[in-house]
Design a protein around this ligand. Structure first.
Ligand SMILES: NC(=O)c1ccc[n+]([C@@H]2O[C@H](COP(=O)([O-])OP(=O)(O)OC[C@H]3O[C@@H](n4cnc5c(N)ncnc54)[C@H](OP(=O)(O)O)[C@@H]3O)[C@@H](O)[C@H]2O)c1
Length: 245
């Protein structure tokens, strides 16, 4: 189903983005592995993809920088001629107590998570409309729905924004492009590496399935939304959180 499809996954040098890129590669898609600073890790992902027999390139691009996003999209078109699937996955979080949160931290989080999703969607969808369609999957979070962390107030705000943006984009780009979002709960990635052990234990007790997700379990949901099996789904938010509360 994905043979020769061109898939751009932002922030795919590690974590959920890497698992997603590798899963699409296993299905014979061509991949763009985007990163902003982790060049070595991104190149390692491309090597893994090539070992699977698929094509891939790395593109360094800060998704919050408009001119870099334009260049990333152009480089992808120059190399592969089209973009079929965009996964807006790049994201950052800084855990900082509410009263210590600075304007700079707030802006950085909103720039990468929210502006980045907007910019990549804008410039990629322009190309998708020219080539007859595509799928956009935005990685939000249950933090944007019903799982709140005041020490990541900017992150939660950005993820709620991605959910509303998904609905706006689905309306704007229909019927040619389908736009959906995955809202993961806790996932075992580097993003959570500094969480205190007792906090992880407490949160794990709140998860019905009693464990954090593996990145591959989020990738499976992305693949579903990008597949023909999701042909009548657009503007939807799919929680993948193992049940929580
Ligand atoms: N882990 C969780 O529990 C969880 C839960 C819900 C939602 N999510 C969301 O899932 C997504 C992936 O999270 P993760 O846990 O896999 O995080 P991660 O392991 O920290 O990976 C983040 C990825 O984003 C890239 N990135 C960061 N800033 C970027 C920028 N400005 N431009 C381009 N790429 C950038 C990083 O590459 P560089 O190092 O090169 O910048 C890296 O590849 C995020 O949107 C996150 O908010 C995660």
């Amino acid at each position: 189903m994905f043979k020769n499809k061109v898939v751009l996954v932002t922030g795919s040098s590690r974590g959920i983005g890497k698992a997603t890129a590798l899963l699409f590669a296993k299905k014979e898609a061509k991949l763009v592995v985007n990163y902003s600073s982790s060049e070595k890790e991104a190149c390692a992902v491309v090597n893994e993809i090539k070992n699977l027999g698929s094509e891939a390139i790395t593109i360094k691009c800060d998704v919050s920088n408009e001119s870099e996003v334009k260049k990333m999209v152009q480089k992808t078109i120059d190399k592969f001629g089209k973009i079929d699937i965009l996964v807006n996955n790049a994201g950052i979080v800084f855990d900082v107590p509410f009263f210590e949160r600075t304007v700079e931290q707030w802006k950085k989080t909103l720039d990468v998570n929210l502006l980045g999703t907007f910019l990549c969607s804008k410039y990629v969808s322009k190309q998708m409309l020219k080539t007859g369609g595509g799928k956009i999957i935005n990685i939000s979070s249950t933090n944007g729905i019903d799982c709140f962390s005041p020490e990541a107030i900017d992150y939660d705000t950005s993820k709620a924004g991605i959910i509303i943006m998904t609905r706006d984009l689905a309306k704007e780009l229909a019927p040619t492009i389908q736009v959906n979002s995955i809202a993961p709960g806790w996932v075992d990635t580097k993003m959570n590496k500094d969480l205190p052990k007792d906090f992880i234990k407490k949160e794990t007790e709140n998860i019905y399935l009693k464990r954090f997700a593996k990145p591959e379990e989020i990738a499976n949901a992305v693949l579903f939304l990008a597949s023909d099996a999701a042909s009548y789904i657009t503007g939807s938010i799919l929680k993948v959180d193992g049940g929580y509360g």
